[in-house]
Design a protein around this ligand. Structure first.
Ligand code: APR
Length: 323
């Protein structure tokens, strides 16, 4: 049974994510931290009739206590994207927040698995890694940017693009994965089922499909008209990935699943970077990339680059923008 801390728990993502974690039988204690409104959220969620304990921590002076003893920390504190803002526009605000929270993580729960949802993930993960490195507390196989919403979008948009008959295709979930980054053109869907790919191309739907996966977040930002970016779907995706980590802590076998990782610090990272560079036909191997990771004991035990070997030239072209 695992103690989980959610940082930014009173936010648009933090609240539904905390609720979902409360429903999980894999969690024994849920520490909810925010700079505001967290007591109400914790009181509300604590009435859900599951066995885990819910505790609220508010403000910087309670941050250490919120993190102490956690095996999994999910970082979702920050400001969301507004219309017209790119994920990179968020950088200057959220970078400072991530730095403060990761510095506390280094002091109070350095051995926990750290999942980063705060955007722009392409930049907040490097900030977290550099901060931990500077403090001498970096465990690169326990720091991951959460890109599971890209995977979920790739799968649900594929069902939509293939049409009604795709409902009978039980393999849609295994048909596509997403690698690269977590921002627009750096998001690279890799279609593993060449038949699905051929069908999309034959119907002139392939390019639109790829674009929709890469820019699906904009659909939500636009529809919310100034009220923020994806929260409910992000919480669901963040919960799915958190559950994989929790299950790996219980030593359950977990199929490789993508996460945005620091290749430069991982065993096998250099070889994975070289495989990615070769597939993208570029000389330089990336330092950071979303790659399917194999989780064991709450950390990355290895990287799975199988799918990079099978991509065709068109996808190789896409991959280039992400390296
Ligand atoms: N420490 C803790 N919590 C903080 C801090 C901080 N230093 N700064 C902000 N927060 C909290 C806010 O109080 C708020 O409750 O983070 C929460 C963020 O919630 P929202 O503003 O609703 O933003 P949300 O839509 O949840 O997005 C959060 O995740 O996907 C990314 O782009 C998104 O970077 C954004 C983040």
């Amino acid at each position: 049974m695992v103690r989980v801390t959610v940082l930014g728990a009173a936010g648009g993502i933090g609240q539904p994510l905390s609720l979902l974690l409360k429903t999980s039988p894999l969690v024994s204690q849920l520490n909810l931290y925010d700079i505001r409104n967290v007591h109400g959220v914790a009181a509300d969620i604590s009435h859900v009739n599951t066995d885990s304990k819910v505790l609220a921590f508010q403000g910087n002076e309670e941050l250490g206590a919120a993190l102490a003893g956690a095996q999994l920390v999910v970082l979702t504190a920050g400001v969301p994207r507004k219309p017209g803002m790119s994920r990179d526009d968020l950088f200057s605000i959220n970078a400072g927040i991530v730095q403060v929270l990761v510095t506390a993580f280094a002091s109070h729960s350095p051995d926990a698995c750290l999942l980063i949802i705060t955007n722009p993930v392409n930049s907040t993960v490097p900030i977290a890694v550099e901060t931990l490195k500077r403090l001498g507390k970096l465990r690169p196989n326990r720091v991951m940017g959460v890109t599971s919403l890209d995977v979920m979008r790739a799968q649900s948009f594929l069902k939509a693009a293939l049409g009604p008959e795709s409902n009978s295709i039980s393999t849609v979930e295994n048909s596509v994965t997403v690698v690269g980054g977590h921002s627009g053109p750096t998001i690279v869907p890799l279609m593993k089922n060449k038949d699905h790919q051929r069908r999309l191309r034959a119907n002139n739907k392939y390019d639109d499909y790829i674009h929709r996966v890469q820019f699906g977040g904009d659909e939500v930002v636009k529809a919310k008209a100034g009220a923020g970016s994806a929260t409910l779907s992000m919480a669901s995706a963040g919960f799915c990935f958190s559950e994989l980590v929790l299950r790996s802590i219980r030593r359950e076998p977990i199929k490789p699943y993508p996460a945005f990782v620091y290749l430069g610090g991982l065993e096998g990272g250099a070889a994975a970077g070289a495989a990615i560079a070769a597939a993208a036909s570029v000389g330089e191997a990336p330092d950071y990339f979303a790659v399917p990771v194999v989780l064991r004991d709450g950390e990355i035990s290895s990287l799975d680059t199988t799918d990079f070997k099978n991509i065709d030239n068109a996808e190789g072209g896409l991959l280039k923008t992400a390296v």
